[in-house]
Ligand binder design. Structure first.
Ligand SMILES: Nc1ncnc2c1ncn2[C@@H]1O[C@H](COP(=O)(O)OP(=O)(O)OP(=O)(O)O)[C@@H](O)[C@H]1O
Ligand SMILES: [Mg+2]
Length: 243
């Protein structure tokens, strides 16, 4: 297997506004990440964290620049190949969870496994949900769950899909502090076991437990901290808010 999971070079992404103006959200981002690495992405709201995650995870074509996931450019693939490539390589926990409201919890979690024709072990799912301290029924429709419960379903789906590259957009945002650490620890152990994890977060305490932090500002990686500490993150984020 390759050691490099992600490589992105000079990513530019602009959005068209209603009045014909364009905003440049990503203005030349380059980043590489190896398998086994846990990377956090920080920056104020609107700094482009979710946009970057989408560009890296094959969900949004950048205007220019090169992206490679597991040695392959996902944007060079045909739609049908891309869907298969994603299923085989990538798992994303979205900021908005992206669950299927009309399906029960169990089927939401099992969905990627079913799409990849893999075995669904209900007992495994039960054990994982217990570990995640999920108290609701696996037969409940996800539309009836609280925000934090839905987040746990989205996380369980990612963990069980067993992808090599994981993108998580504020995966602990809606959770109590105990669940937050439990879920972080699961992502941490996935990276320790050789997966590559990207996590967007506003949480300095969690970011300080990742291997590397990227701080976005004005469309670029304004600072990159290797083995970040809470103190170095505070300093970097404080400097970020000063224009
Ligand atoms: N599809 C779109 N069309 C137009 N503008 C967009 C689109 N998607 C994002 N933007 C703009 O790009 C900027 C960055 O958005 P993004 O969602 O990446 O920020 P973020 O750093 O994830 O913020 P948050 O911390 O609030 O989640 C914002 O100003 C947003 O309005
Ligand atoms: Mg976001």
């Amino acid at each position: 297997m390759l050691s490099q999971a992600i490589s992105a070079h000079n990513i530019i992404k602009k959005f068209q506004l209603s009045n014909q103006e364009t905003v440049t959200v990503l203005n030349g981002i380059s980043v590489t990440a190896d398998y086994g690495e846990f990377i956090s992405i920080l920056g104020i709201s609107g700094s482009g964290k979710s946009t970057l995650l989408k560009c890296l995870s094959s969900l949004m074509v950048p205007d220019s620049g090169a992206v490679s996931v597991n040695g392959l450019d996902p944007y060079a693939l045909k739609d049908s190949q891309l869907a298969k490539f994603r299923r085989q390589n990538i798992s994303v926990i979205f900021q908005s969870y992206n669950l299927v409201p009309a399906l029960p919890v169990l089927e939401n979690i099992a969905l990627p496994l079913r799409l990849s024709h893999k075995k669904v072990d209900k007992e495994d799912i039960r054990k994982l949900m217990k570990q995640l301290r999920f108290e609701a029924s696996l037969n409940a429709f996800v539309s009836t769950l609280s925000g934090g419960e839905q987040q746990k379903v989205a996380i369980a789906r990612t963990i069980l899909s067993d992808s090599q590259v994981i993108f998580a957009d504020e995966p602990t945002g809606a959770l109590d502090s105990l669940s937050r650490q439990v879920i972080f620890d699961l992502l941490r152990s996935m990276a320790n076991n050789g997966k590559c994890v990207f996590m967007v977060t506003h949480d300095i305490e969690l970011a300080s437990q990742t291997d590397r932090s990227l701080i976005l500002k004005d469309g670029v990686i304004y600072q990159e901290l290797l083995r970040p500490t809470a103190q170095s993150l505070y300093q970097a984020l404080e400097a970020e808010t000063i224009k």
